[in-house]
Design a protein around this ligand. Structure first.
Ligand SMILES: [Zn+2]
Length: 75
């Protein structure tokens, strides 16, 4: 069976290992850390988008863009 390497101690483990036998890392392949990093990035992206949307609405960009679009259809 192919083996993978523990990212904490660098020793080989079977791919189904849930923790490292050598250093007792509970995330030997980094899956949980990767998931946490992706969740953090998604949170930052969503926050930035909400801030930009709030700024756009506050400055009337969304309303004026909708009005421009509506007036274009009327003419
Ligand atoms: Zn290890």
């Amino acid at each position: 069976m192919a083996s993978l390497t523990c990212i904490d101690c660098g020793r080989s483990l079977i791919p189904t290992a849930r923790s490292c036998l050598h250093c007792s890392s509970d995330d030997p392949f980094g899956h949980a850390r990767r998931r946490e990093r992706l969740a953090f990035i998604a949170q930052v992206v969503i926050t930035v988008l909400l801030i930009l949307l709030a700024i756009a609405v506050n400055r009337g960009w969304v309303a004026s863009a909708m009005l421009d679009d509506a007036s274009r259809h009327l003419l």
